[in-house]
Design a protein around this ligand. Structure first.
Ligand code: NHF
Length: 470
Protein backbone atom coordinates (compact mmCIF):
# COMPACT_ATOMS: atom_id res chain seq x y z
CA UNK A 1 0.00 0.00 0.00
CA UNK A 2 1.22 3.53 -0.71
CA UNK A 3 0.60 5.96 2.13
CA UNK A 4 1.16 9.73 1.98
CA UNK A 5 1.39 11.74 5.20
CA UNK A 6 1.07 15.51 4.93
CA UNK A 7 2.16 17.46 8.00
CA UNK A 8 3.54 20.79 9.19
CA UNK A 9 6.07 19.02 11.43
CA UNK A 10 8.24 15.91 11.31
CA UNK A 11 11.08 15.16 13.71
CA UNK A 12 14.05 15.58 13.22
CA UNK A 13 13.41 17.91 10.26
CA UNK A 14 11.26 20.40 12.15
CA UNK A 15 9.41 19.99 15.43
CA UNK A 16 7.41 22.33 17.63
CA UNK A 17 5.66 19.65 19.72
CA UNK A 18 4.33 16.10 19.85
CA UNK A 19 2.99 16.26 16.29
CA UNK A 20 6.59 16.28 15.07
CA UNK A 21 7.48 13.21 17.13
CA UNK A 22 4.52 11.27 15.79
CA UNK A 23 5.05 12.13 12.12
CA UNK A 24 8.75 11.36 12.52
CA UNK A 25 8.01 7.86 13.81
CA UNK A 26 4.66 6.47 12.58
CA UNK A 27 5.65 6.51 8.85
CA UNK A 28 8.81 4.54 9.58
CA UNK A 29 6.83 1.83 11.35
CA UNK A 30 4.33 1.73 8.49
CA UNK A 31 7.21 1.37 6.05
CA UNK A 32 8.60 -1.48 8.17
CA UNK A 33 5.21 -3.17 7.88
CA UNK A 34 5.81 -3.40 4.14
CA UNK A 35 4.15 -0.23 2.84
CA UNK A 36 5.60 2.57 0.75
CA UNK A 37 5.35 5.58 3.03
CA UNK A 38 5.95 9.21 2.08
CA UNK A 39 5.96 12.33 4.21
CA UNK A 40 5.38 15.73 2.60
CA UNK A 41 6.09 18.82 4.68
CA UNK A 42 7.11 22.46 4.20
CA UNK A 43 10.74 23.31 3.56
CA UNK A 44 11.60 25.54 6.52
CA UNK A 45 15.10 26.85 6.96
CA UNK A 46 16.17 24.34 9.61
CA UNK A 47 19.61 22.83 10.21
CA UNK A 48 18.40 19.42 8.98
CA UNK A 49 17.93 20.97 5.54
CA UNK A 50 21.52 22.12 5.29
CA UNK A 51 23.05 18.92 6.64
CA UNK A 52 21.53 16.48 4.14
CA UNK A 53 21.49 15.84 0.41
CA UNK A 54 18.46 16.56 -1.68
CA UNK A 55 17.28 16.12 -5.26
CA UNK A 56 14.66 18.17 -7.05
CA UNK A 57 11.71 15.98 -8.08
CA UNK A 58 9.12 18.49 -9.26
CA UNK A 59 8.76 22.16 -10.11
CA UNK A 60 5.53 23.96 -10.85
CA UNK A 61 3.41 26.94 -9.87
CA UNK A 62 -0.10 27.62 -8.63
CA UNK A 63 -2.42 30.41 -7.60
CA UNK A 64 -2.98 31.58 -4.06
CA UNK A 65 -5.96 33.84 -4.57
CA UNK A 66 -4.97 36.33 -7.23
CA UNK A 67 -1.24 35.86 -6.82
CA UNK A 68 0.91 33.24 -8.44
CA UNK A 69 3.60 31.31 -6.56
CA UNK A 70 6.27 28.93 -7.79
CA UNK A 71 7.06 25.82 -5.82
CA UNK A 72 9.73 23.13 -5.87
CA UNK A 73 9.52 19.66 -4.33
CA UNK A 74 12.79 18.19 -3.12
CA UNK A 75 13.43 14.68 -1.83
CA UNK A 76 15.96 13.59 0.78
CA UNK A 77 18.28 11.35 -1.24
CA UNK A 78 19.05 8.44 1.08
CA UNK A 79 15.68 7.87 2.82
CA UNK A 80 17.64 8.03 6.06
CA UNK A 81 14.53 8.50 8.16
CA UNK A 82 13.16 5.14 7.07
CA UNK A 83 10.58 6.60 4.70
CA UNK A 84 10.56 8.94 1.70
CA UNK A 85 10.78 12.55 2.83
CA UNK A 86 9.69 15.39 0.53
CA UNK A 87 9.88 19.11 1.26
CA UNK A 88 7.80 21.77 -0.43
CA UNK A 89 9.78 24.93 -1.08
CA UNK A 90 7.80 28.14 -1.57
CA UNK A 91 9.95 31.23 -1.49
CA UNK A 92 8.63 34.06 0.60
CA UNK A 93 6.15 31.86 2.46
CA UNK A 94 7.66 28.67 3.83
CA UNK A 95 11.33 29.65 3.94
CA UNK A 96 11.31 30.68 7.59
CA UNK A 97 13.18 29.45 10.65
CA UNK A 98 10.15 28.69 12.78
CA UNK A 99 7.27 26.39 11.94
CA UNK A 100 4.41 28.63 13.16
CA UNK A 101 3.66 31.97 14.70
CA UNK A 102 3.74 34.29 11.68
CA UNK A 103 1.00 36.78 10.71
CA UNK A 104 0.67 35.10 7.33
CA UNK A 105 0.33 31.51 8.62
CA UNK A 106 -3.03 31.21 6.83
CA UNK A 107 -1.42 32.09 3.50
CA UNK A 108 1.61 29.89 4.22
CA UNK A 109 -0.35 26.74 4.99
CA UNK A 110 -2.95 27.30 2.25
CA UNK A 111 -0.13 27.59 -0.28
CA UNK A 112 1.57 24.49 1.17
CA UNK A 113 -1.63 22.44 0.84
CA UNK A 114 -2.29 23.71 -2.70
CA UNK A 115 1.26 22.89 -3.81
CA UNK A 116 1.05 19.44 -2.21
CA UNK A 117 -2.10 18.35 -3.96
CA UNK A 118 -1.08 19.95 -7.23
CA UNK A 119 1.98 17.75 -7.11
CA UNK A 120 0.10 14.58 -6.11
CA UNK A 121 -2.33 15.29 -8.94
CA UNK A 122 0.61 15.12 -11.33
CA UNK A 123 1.68 11.60 -10.23
CA UNK A 124 1.12 8.90 -12.79
CA UNK A 125 0.19 6.39 -10.09
CA UNK A 126 -1.92 7.81 -7.30
CA UNK A 127 -1.40 6.84 -3.64
CA UNK A 128 -3.78 4.51 -1.77
CA UNK A 129 -4.40 6.92 1.08
CA UNK A 130 -3.67 10.53 2.00
CA UNK A 131 -3.26 11.00 5.74
CA UNK A 132 -3.30 14.61 6.99
CA UNK A 133 -2.48 15.91 10.48
CA UNK A 134 -4.07 18.81 12.37
CA UNK A 135 -5.55 21.99 10.93
CA UNK A 136 -2.52 23.02 8.85
CA UNK A 137 -3.29 20.25 6.38
CA UNK A 138 -6.99 19.69 7.08
CA UNK A 139 -8.24 21.55 3.99
CA UNK A 140 -6.71 18.87 1.77
CA UNK A 141 -9.67 16.43 2.09
CA UNK A 142 -12.00 19.29 1.02
CA UNK A 143 -9.74 20.25 -1.89
CA UNK A 144 -9.58 16.64 -3.07
CA UNK A 145 -13.36 16.31 -2.94
CA UNK A 146 -14.71 19.67 -3.99
CA UNK A 147 -12.12 21.70 -5.93
CA UNK A 148 -12.60 21.46 -9.70
CA UNK A 149 -8.91 21.08 -10.46
CA UNK A 150 -8.48 17.85 -8.48
CA UNK A 151 -11.29 15.59 -9.77
CA UNK A 152 -8.72 12.86 -10.25
CA UNK A 153 -8.06 12.70 -6.50
CA UNK A 154 -11.70 12.36 -5.50
CA UNK A 155 -11.64 8.63 -4.94
CA UNK A 156 -8.48 8.52 -2.81
CA UNK A 157 -9.40 7.84 0.83
CA UNK A 158 -8.35 10.54 3.28
CA UNK A 159 -7.67 10.28 7.01
CA UNK A 160 -7.40 13.26 9.36
CA UNK A 161 -5.59 12.76 12.66
CA UNK A 162 -6.26 15.37 15.31
CA UNK A 163 -3.33 15.87 17.64
CA UNK A 164 -4.78 18.95 19.27
CA UNK A 165 -8.25 20.38 18.61
CA UNK A 166 -7.61 23.60 20.53
CA UNK A 167 -5.98 25.02 17.41
CA UNK A 168 -8.27 25.14 14.39
CA UNK A 169 -6.66 27.57 11.93
CA UNK A 170 -9.81 29.73 11.65
CA UNK A 171 -9.89 32.52 9.02
CA UNK A 172 -12.50 34.86 7.57
CA UNK A 173 -14.53 34.56 4.38
CA UNK A 174 -12.49 37.43 2.92
CA UNK A 175 -9.74 34.84 2.39
CA UNK A 176 -11.94 32.29 0.65
CA UNK A 177 -10.09 33.01 -2.61
CA UNK A 178 -7.12 31.11 -1.16
CA UNK A 179 -8.98 27.88 -1.75
CA UNK A 180 -8.66 26.80 -5.40
CA UNK A 181 -11.90 27.08 -7.41
CA UNK A 182 -14.45 25.05 -5.51
CA UNK A 183 -18.04 23.96 -5.88
CA UNK A 184 -19.94 26.78 -4.19
CA UNK A 185 -22.74 24.38 -3.20
CA UNK A 186 -20.23 22.98 -0.74
CA UNK A 187 -19.88 26.21 1.23
CA UNK A 188 -21.28 24.45 4.29
CA UNK A 189 -18.26 22.17 4.34
CA UNK A 190 -15.96 25.15 4.90
CA UNK A 191 -18.14 27.06 7.33
CA UNK A 192 -18.20 26.79 11.10
CA UNK A 193 -19.67 29.53 13.30
CA UNK A 194 -19.50 32.13 10.54
CA UNK A 195 -15.87 31.54 9.56
CA UNK A 196 -13.79 29.14 7.53
CA UNK A 197 -12.56 26.60 10.03
CA UNK A 198 -9.97 24.24 8.50
CA UNK A 199 -10.12 21.72 11.35
CA UNK A 200 -13.93 21.54 11.17
CA UNK A 201 -13.68 21.21 7.38
CA UNK A 202 -11.26 18.32 7.77
CA UNK A 203 -13.60 16.58 10.22
CA UNK A 204 -16.48 16.94 7.79
CA UNK A 205 -14.63 15.93 4.63
CA UNK A 206 -12.04 13.31 5.64
CA UNK A 207 -13.18 9.73 5.13
CA UNK A 208 -12.02 8.88 8.63
CA UNK A 209 -11.09 11.02 11.62
CA UNK A 210 -8.79 9.80 14.34
CA UNK A 211 -7.69 11.35 17.61
CA UNK A 212 -4.54 10.30 19.40
CA UNK A 213 -6.34 8.54 22.23
CA UNK A 214 -9.80 7.15 22.91
CA UNK A 215 -10.55 9.24 25.95
CA UNK A 216 -9.62 12.42 24.08
CA UNK A 217 -12.13 11.54 21.39
CA UNK A 218 -14.88 11.22 24.00
CA UNK A 219 -13.82 14.45 25.66
CA UNK A 220 -14.07 16.27 22.34
CA UNK A 221 -17.83 15.71 22.30
CA UNK A 222 -18.22 17.92 25.34
CA UNK A 223 -15.11 20.12 25.28
CA UNK A 224 -13.45 20.99 21.99
CA UNK A 225 -13.29 24.74 21.65
CA UNK A 226 -16.62 25.03 19.82
CA UNK A 227 -16.52 21.83 17.76
CA UNK A 228 -18.52 19.70 20.23
CA UNK A 229 -21.64 19.15 18.06
CA UNK A 230 -19.46 18.28 15.09
CA UNK A 231 -17.55 15.61 17.02
CA UNK A 232 -20.88 14.25 18.20
CA UNK A 233 -22.33 14.24 14.68
CA UNK A 234 -19.28 12.61 13.10
CA UNK A 235 -18.71 10.00 15.79
CA UNK A 236 -19.56 7.21 13.36
CA UNK A 237 -16.43 7.81 11.32
CA UNK A 238 -14.16 8.73 14.22
CA UNK A 239 -11.90 6.58 16.34
CA UNK A 240 -9.07 6.94 18.83
CA UNK A 241 -5.67 5.39 18.11
CA UNK A 242 -3.14 5.83 20.86
CA UNK A 243 0.27 7.17 19.85
CA UNK A 244 3.33 5.06 20.45
CA UNK A 245 6.85 6.12 21.28
CA UNK A 246 9.93 5.40 19.25
CA UNK A 247 11.84 2.76 21.19
CA UNK A 248 14.95 3.38 19.08
CA UNK A 249 15.16 7.00 20.20
CA UNK A 250 13.79 6.42 23.70
CA UNK A 251 15.90 3.61 25.05
CA UNK A 252 17.84 4.04 28.31
CA UNK A 253 20.22 1.26 27.24
CA UNK A 254 21.49 3.16 24.20
CA UNK A 255 20.36 6.80 24.52
CA UNK A 256 23.26 8.98 23.30
CA UNK A 257 22.27 11.82 25.56
CA UNK A 258 22.86 9.79 28.72
CA UNK A 259 26.13 9.42 30.59
CA UNK A 260 24.93 6.27 32.32
CA UNK A 261 22.98 3.65 30.45
CA UNK A 262 20.72 1.16 32.19
CA UNK A 263 18.03 -1.43 31.68
CA UNK A 264 15.43 -2.73 34.08
CA UNK A 265 17.86 -5.01 35.87
CA UNK A 266 20.35 -2.21 36.44
CA UNK A 267 17.78 0.54 36.87
CA UNK A 268 18.52 1.23 40.51
CA UNK A 269 22.20 1.99 40.02
CA UNK A 270 21.69 3.51 36.56
CA UNK A 271 19.03 5.94 37.62
CA UNK A 272 20.96 6.83 40.75
CA UNK A 273 24.04 7.74 38.65
CA UNK A 274 21.97 9.90 36.29
CA UNK A 275 20.21 11.54 39.23
CA UNK A 276 23.52 12.37 40.90
CA UNK A 277 24.69 14.27 37.83
CA UNK A 278 21.41 16.17 37.57
CA UNK A 279 21.47 17.08 41.24
CA UNK A 280 25.07 18.27 41.05
CA UNK A 281 24.37 20.34 37.94
CA UNK A 282 21.26 21.96 39.36
CA UNK A 283 22.24 22.22 43.03
CA UNK A 284 19.72 19.72 44.35
CA UNK A 285 19.79 17.20 47.20
CA UNK A 286 20.60 13.70 45.90
CA UNK A 287 18.92 11.93 48.80
CA UNK A 288 15.46 13.37 48.31
CA UNK A 289 13.01 12.21 45.63
CA UNK A 290 13.32 14.22 42.44
CA UNK A 291 10.12 15.47 40.75
CA UNK A 292 10.41 16.89 37.24
CA UNK A 293 8.12 18.71 34.84
CA UNK A 294 9.13 18.80 31.17
CA UNK A 295 7.10 20.71 28.62
CA UNK A 296 5.50 23.94 27.57
CA UNK A 297 4.78 26.30 30.46
CA UNK A 298 1.22 27.03 29.36
CA UNK A 299 -2.32 26.76 30.75
CA UNK A 300 -3.10 23.66 28.66
CA UNK A 301 -0.39 21.82 30.60
CA UNK A 302 -1.55 23.44 33.89
CA UNK A 303 1.98 24.82 34.33
CA UNK A 304 0.48 27.91 35.99
CA UNK A 305 -0.40 25.70 39.00
CA UNK A 306 3.15 24.48 39.52
CA UNK A 307 4.60 27.40 41.53
CA UNK A 308 1.86 27.26 44.17
CA UNK A 309 1.83 23.44 44.25
CA UNK A 310 5.59 23.51 44.92
CA UNK A 311 5.21 26.09 47.69
CA UNK A 312 2.33 24.13 49.25
CA UNK A 313 4.32 20.90 49.07
CA UNK A 314 7.21 22.52 50.93
CA UNK A 315 4.81 24.02 53.50
CA UNK A 316 2.54 21.05 54.13
CA UNK A 317 4.67 17.99 53.33
CA UNK A 318 7.98 19.53 54.35
CA UNK A 319 11.27 20.02 52.53
CA UNK A 320 11.35 16.35 51.67
CA UNK A 321 11.67 16.54 47.90
CA UNK A 322 13.38 18.28 44.96
CA UNK A 323 11.78 19.88 41.93
CA UNK A 324 13.39 20.49 38.56
CA UNK A 325 11.42 22.17 35.78
CA UNK A 326 12.34 22.35 32.09
CA UNK A 327 10.31 24.34 29.60
CA UNK A 328 9.29 27.70 28.28
CA UNK A 329 6.01 29.43 27.64
CA UNK A 330 3.89 32.09 29.33
CA UNK A 331 5.95 34.95 30.78
CA UNK A 332 4.08 35.00 34.05
CA UNK A 333 4.71 31.31 34.71
CA UNK A 334 8.37 31.61 33.74
CA UNK A 335 8.78 34.58 36.09
CA UNK A 336 7.09 32.89 39.04
CA UNK A 337 9.26 29.83 38.60
CA UNK A 338 12.39 31.93 38.35
CA UNK A 339 11.41 33.73 41.55
CA UNK A 340 11.03 30.41 43.36
CA UNK A 341 14.77 29.88 42.98
CA UNK A 342 15.27 32.40 45.76
CA UNK A 343 13.53 30.15 48.32
CA UNK A 344 15.33 27.00 47.21
CA UNK A 345 17.15 25.12 49.95
CA UNK A 346 18.95 22.91 47.48
CA UNK A 347 15.53 21.59 46.44
CA UNK A 348 14.27 23.64 43.49
CA UNK A 349 15.58 24.71 40.11
CA UNK A 350 14.25 25.61 36.70
CA UNK A 351 15.70 25.70 33.19
CA UNK A 352 13.75 28.05 30.95
CA UNK A 353 14.05 26.98 27.32
CA UNK A 354 13.98 23.96 25.05
CA UNK A 355 16.71 21.38 25.58
CA UNK A 356 16.30 17.94 24.04
CA UNK A 357 19.42 16.53 25.71
CA UNK A 358 18.47 17.74 29.17
CA UNK A 359 14.96 16.33 28.76
CA UNK A 360 16.42 12.84 28.17
CA UNK A 361 18.70 13.22 31.18
CA UNK A 362 15.73 14.28 33.30
CA UNK A 363 13.61 11.28 32.29
CA UNK A 364 16.58 9.09 33.21
CA UNK A 365 17.53 10.77 36.48
CA UNK A 366 14.14 11.69 37.94
CA UNK A 367 12.05 9.64 40.34
CA UNK A 368 8.70 11.17 39.38
CA UNK A 369 7.25 13.09 36.44
CA UNK A 370 4.51 15.68 36.97
CA UNK A 371 1.84 16.01 34.26
CA UNK A 372 -1.18 17.85 35.64
CA UNK A 373 -2.42 18.81 32.13
CA UNK A 374 -5.83 20.41 31.66
CA UNK A 375 -5.84 19.04 28.11
CA UNK A 376 -3.71 16.13 26.89
CA UNK A 377 -4.76 14.54 23.60
CA UNK A 378 -2.32 11.67 24.10
CA UNK A 379 0.76 12.84 25.91
CA UNK A 380 4.12 11.34 25.11
CA UNK A 381 6.13 12.46 28.13
CA UNK A 382 4.46 10.04 30.52
CA UNK A 383 5.39 7.18 28.17
CA UNK A 384 9.00 8.41 27.80
CA UNK A 385 9.19 8.70 31.59
CA UNK A 386 7.95 5.16 32.20
CA UNK A 387 10.39 3.76 29.66
CA UNK A 388 13.14 5.36 31.78
CA UNK A 389 11.73 4.06 35.08
CA UNK A 390 10.25 7.39 36.19
CA UNK A 391 6.83 7.15 37.83
CA UNK A 392 4.22 9.49 36.34
CA UNK A 393 1.85 11.69 38.37
CA UNK A 394 -0.89 12.60 35.94
CA UNK A 395 -4.29 14.20 35.79
CA UNK A 396 -6.96 11.82 34.52
CA UNK A 397 -7.54 13.33 31.12
CA UNK A 398 -7.17 12.33 27.46
CA UNK A 399 -4.32 9.97 26.72
CA UNK A 400 -3.00 10.25 30.28
CA UNK A 401 -6.09 8.39 31.39
CA UNK A 402 -5.52 5.71 28.74
CA UNK A 403 -1.87 5.11 29.62
CA UNK A 404 -1.56 5.47 33.40
CA UNK A 405 -3.41 3.28 35.91
CA UNK A 406 -3.44 4.44 39.49
CA UNK A 407 -1.54 2.38 42.05
CA UNK A 408 -4.71 1.96 44.03
CA UNK A 409 -6.32 0.02 41.19
CA UNK A 410 -5.67 -3.51 40.02
CA UNK A 411 -2.34 -3.72 38.20
CA UNK A 412 -1.79 -0.01 38.78
CA UNK A 413 1.61 1.64 38.32
CA UNK A 414 1.21 5.41 38.50
CA UNK A 415 -0.37 8.19 40.52
CA UNK A 416 -3.48 9.83 39.08
CA UNK A 417 -5.80 12.63 40.19
CA UNK A 418 -9.03 14.14 38.94
CA UNK A 419 -8.69 17.90 38.96
CA UNK A 420 -6.05 20.24 37.62
CA UNK A 421 -5.79 22.03 40.96
CA UNK A 422 -3.01 22.94 43.38
CA UNK A 423 -4.60 20.72 46.04
CA UNK A 424 -4.77 17.66 43.78
CA UNK A 425 -1.16 18.08 42.62
CA UNK A 426 0.09 18.54 46.17
CA UNK A 427 -1.76 15.45 47.32
CA UNK A 428 -0.28 13.41 44.46
CA UNK A 429 3.19 14.61 45.49
CA UNK A 430 2.44 13.55 49.07
CA UNK A 431 1.54 10.04 47.85
CA UNK A 432 4.70 9.90 45.77
CA UNK A 433 7.00 10.89 48.63
CA UNK A 434 5.46 8.15 50.75
CA UNK A 435 5.98 5.63 47.96
CA UNK A 436 9.61 6.72 47.51
CA UNK A 437 10.37 5.63 51.06
CA UNK A 438 8.77 2.19 50.65
CA UNK A 439 11.94 1.13 48.92
CA UNK A 440 10.96 -2.36 47.83
CA UNK A 441 7.65 -1.45 46.23
CA UNK A 442 9.23 1.63 44.71
CA UNK A 443 11.97 -0.31 42.94
CA UNK A 444 9.71 -3.10 41.75
CA UNK A 445 7.31 -0.50 40.39
CA UNK A 446 10.14 1.05 38.46
CA UNK A 447 10.99 -2.23 36.85
CA UNK A 448 7.34 -2.83 36.07
CA UNK A 449 6.82 0.46 34.21
CA UNK A 450 10.01 -0.05 32.22
CA UNK A 451 8.48 -3.23 30.84
CA UNK A 452 5.23 -1.69 29.63
CA UNK A 453 4.86 -1.77 25.88
CA UNK A 454 4.12 1.69 24.48
CA UNK A 455 5.88 0.98 21.19
CA UNK A 456 4.47 1.97 17.81
CA UNK A 457 4.05 -1.60 16.58
CA UNK A 458 0.42 -1.95 17.59
CA UNK A 459 -0.75 1.57 16.68
CA UNK A 460 1.03 1.60 13.30
CA UNK A 461 -0.80 -1.62 12.44
CA UNK A 462 -4.12 -0.13 13.61
CA UNK A 463 -3.70 2.72 11.13
CA UNK A 464 -2.85 0.33 8.33
CA UNK A 465 -5.96 -1.74 9.12
CA UNK A 466 -8.01 1.44 9.06
CA UNK A 467 -6.64 2.39 5.62
CA UNK A 468 -7.39 -1.10 4.33
CA UNK A 469 -11.02 -0.80 5.42
CA UNK A 470 -11.33 2.41 3.43
O1 NHF B 1 0.63 13.43 22.27
C1 NHF B 1 1.08 14.07 19.47
C2 NHF B 1 0.84 15.07 20.57
C3 NHF B 1 0.03 14.55 21.74
O2 NHF B 1 -0.88 15.18 23.87
C4 NHF B 1 -0.05 15.59 22.83
C5 NHF B 1 -0.40 16.93 22.31
C6 NHF B 1 -0.01 17.27 20.92
O3 NHF B 1 -0.91 17.79 23.02
O4 NHF B 1 -0.07 13.47 18.98
O5 NHF B 1 0.18 16.16 20.01
Amino acid sequence: MEIVHVSAECYPVAKAGGLGDVVGALPRFQQELGNITKVIMPMYRTTFLYKHDWEVVHKAGANLGFSWFDFTIIKEKSDLLGFELYLVDINGLLDREKVYGYDDDTERFCAFQIATINWINAWSKLPDVVHVHDHHTALIPFMMQHCYGFERLKSIPTVLTIHNAQYQGIFGWNKTIYIPQWDSWKRGMLEWNGNINPLATGIKCAWKVTTVSNTYLHEMRSMSNGLEPLFEYEKGKSMGILNGIDFKVWNPETDNYLNNHFDKTSSEAGKRANKNILCETFGLDKEKPLFVFIGRLVGEKAADLLPQAIIDSFNYIGRKMNFLILGSGENEVEEKLNQLKSISQKDFNVYIGYNEKLSHQMYAGADFLLMPSRVEPCGLNQMYAMRYGTIPLVRKTGGLMDTVIDLGEENGYGITFNEASVGNITHAIFRAVKLFHEKQSFHSLRRKIMELDFSWDHSAQQYVDLYKNL
